[in-house]
Design a protein around this ligand. Structure first.
Ligand code: GLC
Length: 632
């Protein structure tokens, strides 16, 4: 099954096509004297975008239109880059584990290569390349990596969150990437969910409050600027509210499950952040893998015309484009034609296929031919996509502008990441005002999170799942202690196996190992359980049994601490603080105050989940919004 646009390369068909085209050209030149492609209105940046879109749409074949609605992963085209032009692909992406380019310039060169293929077509429509730059562009070694959203939620500072987004945007665009699949505006209602750390909070009001600053941070005032990227409000809608055990994906228990709420509850808890993102002008929205059940049985959001079109595009007035999640369309039905038809008719505008793009384009073309998907729907989807491409300036500047590449990972950017890490620290216990430390103590440091950049970064860092052996640069918490308290005497022993006598204070950094998506769901068959590892539990008991001690949790969500807090004088939730470990050390030694508060309720045990403020039997270990302060 050849590509729709490649058929003209077969000799006999080529000759016939040339003859037809020659005749058409004569008619056209007689009919429209004087206009060449170069003079086409869509190429005139002085015209309003709407006029450029209308002109270009009027010139496109149905094959070219369907191509624009197709997003492919880079590995699927790397052996056949010509497919980008042959199928007129609208977009490419690198999924979380698919790209290893050592510098922003190398990333840009890769993307520009595919861009040349796209431009070498009849209408020369540029591709838009997207990536998950969700807490910095962590796919680029040396990039500045910020706390994951749960830490920014703990900081509760929208302006600061906006600044982290703006720096992420600048470092992402400097690598030739004009689109990030962020922010996640999920409202995490059950911390056993592996994506809890991608959420700002369990509280829709806090998530909503973040939306405006973060979307503006990513998109800036001018999408075509070399410091702006197209943002993606995701995952629309209700991904953080699924019922435990409702997922049918792999070993997942929550991720991609069913959100069993009434429409009123769904709107109250999960829709509000998207309303704010639309009002902030977000250019794309990603549909959620999850389903809702508004009373008539589970329905995949990817196939839900009421939520995607009536509510998002109609009621909320969203004028950008809706992109599917990774092969999310295929989850709708085993009948692929039915899945494609239902997704597009429901309001999906671009499909993250991401590999079988030949089958997708052929299937959608057949559905259009059969009249089961209207050309009006296709035109609406393509117009939405083209509008963002024009706004990004991709027609005028299709190739990367790496002039700001030298600022990737700059000291100035890292200072903001350090500030965000410090502001995200939540002080949960401080017996005898042990904290802040003076900085001239003899300190015994232990725990799996003390000297582990990989655990500090969490998922979506270098690779999809993240890695204990980090692939990114940064400063560990132990390094940060050394920098912030140079007069302290520091002994580090991860397992607390070194002699314990003679120390003023112990600092035990317990941690989760990195994960992403449903792989991090708590449940049978998964490796992540929100509990301390035996090694960390033993280190807490050993160190805190021998001296005054501080326990710091490095995790994407609350950890089960019941039974581990005897003898613990101070307790700090550090979340996933990112590449600047000094940010964790700053409040520890009084260079910054503790001001953070819990963005999610901290349960007594994992089995108590879901635990959310407002529950009738609300009895957490630490309540939503709790956090002790220390003097600035
Ligand atoms: C993933 C995630 C989504 C991400 C996309 C591209 O499955 O659900 O958040 O943006 O695929 O990597």
């Amino acid at each position: 099954m050849g590509s729709p646009l490649a058929r003209v390369r077969r000799p006999w068909l080529w000759i016939a096509s040339v003859a037809v085209l020659a005749a058409a050209l004569v008619v056209w030149l007689l009919a429209v004297p004087g206009e060449s492609e170069e003079d086409a209105a869509y190429l005139d940046p002085s015209l309003p975008v709407a006029d450029r879109v209308a002109d270009l749409l009027g010139r496109m074949t149905i094959e070219e239109k369907v191509g624009q609605m197709t997003q492919a992963e880079v590995p699927a085209v790397q052996d056949s880059p010509g497919d980008v032009g042959d199928f007129g692909l609208g977009s490419l992406l690198s999924g979380g584990s698919e790209a290893f380019y050592d510098t922003p310039e190398a990333w840009a060169a890769m993307i520009d290569g595919y861009q040349r293929e796209a431009l070498d077509t009849r209408l020369g429509i540029p591709i838009i390349y997207g990536i998950d730059a969700v807490h910095g562009n962590a796919a680029v070694p040396g990039a500045t990596i910020f706390p994951h959203n749960i830490g920014l939620g703990a900081a509760g500072d929208e302006e600061l969150a906006g600044r982290t987004a703006a720096i992420t945007a600048a470092e992402t665009r400097a690598a030739g990437i004009p689109w990030t699949f962020a922010p996640c505006l999920c409202v995490a209602r059950d911390s056993r969910w592996g994506r809890t750390y991608e959420s700002f909070s369990e509280d829709p009001e806090l998530v909503t409050a973040m939306a405006d600053d973060v979307v503006h941070g990513y998109q800036g005032e001018d999408l075509s600027a070399n410091t702006s990227v197209l943002a993606t409000a995701k995952h629309y809608v209700g991904d953080g509210g699924t019922a435990y055990g409702s997922s049918t994906t792999d070993s997942y228990t929550l991720d991609q499950g069913v959100t069993e709420l009434s429409e009123d509850e769904l709107r109250r808890l999960h829709l509000a952040p998207f309303r704010a993102a639309v009002e902030a002008g977000v250019g794309s929205v990603m549909a959620s893998f999850s389903s809702t059940d508004l009373g008539e049985g589970p329905l995949k959001v990817h196939a839900d015309g009421y939520l995607l079109t009536t509510v998002l595009k109609g009621e909320l007035g969203f004028e950008g484009f809706v992109v599917s999640d990774w092969a999310g369309v295929s989850q709708i039905s085993d009948d692929y034609a039915e899945a494609v038809r239902e997704a597009i008719n429901a309001g999906i505008d671009m499909v993250m296929v991401p590999d079988q793009y030949e089958a997708f384009t052929a299937t959608l073309l057949a559905e259009v031919d059969a009249g089961r998907v209207s050309e009006n729907r296709i035109d609406d989807a393509v117009a939405r996509i083209l509008t963002q491409k024009f706004a990004l300036g991709l027609f005028e500047h299709p190739f990367a502008d790496t002039s700001l590449a030298a600022e990737v990972g700059s000291e100035e950017h890292r200072a903001v990441a350090r500030e965000a890490a410090a502001a995200s620290q939540v002080l949960l216990r401080n017996e005898g005002d042990l904290l802040p430390l003076s900085g001239d103590e003899s300190v015994y440091v232990a725990g799996s999170g003390a000297d582990s950049l990989g655990r500090q970064l969490g998922g979506w860092s270098g690779t999809w799942q993240g890695s204990v052996n980090a692939v990114d640069e940064g400063t560990t918490i132990l390094d940060g202690i050394g920098e912030v308290a140079p007069d302290a005497t520091v002994q580090y022993s991860q397992r607390a196996s070194e002699p314990l006598d003679g120390y003023d204070v112990g600092i035990v950094v317990v941690a989760e190992n990195p994960y992403a998506e449903g792989v991090g769901d708590v449940g049978p068959g998964n490796d992540h359980d929100m509990k301390l590892s035996d090694q960390d539990a033993e280190a807490v008991e050993t160190v805190c049994g021998a001296m005054d001690c501080v326990v710091i949790t490095v995790s994407g969500r609350p950890m089960e601490l019941e039974g581990h807090l005897d003898g613990v004088d101070a307790l700090v939730a550090a979340w996933l603080p990112g590449s600047e470990g000094e940010g964790v050390a700053d409040p520890l030694f009084g260079l910054a105050p503790y001001t953070g508060t819990l963005p999610v309720s901290w349960p007594r045990t994992v089995d108590d989940e879901p635990v959310n403020v407002g529950d009738a039997d609300y009895d957490p270990l630490f309540a939503y919004g709790f956090g002790l302060e220390t003097a600035p």
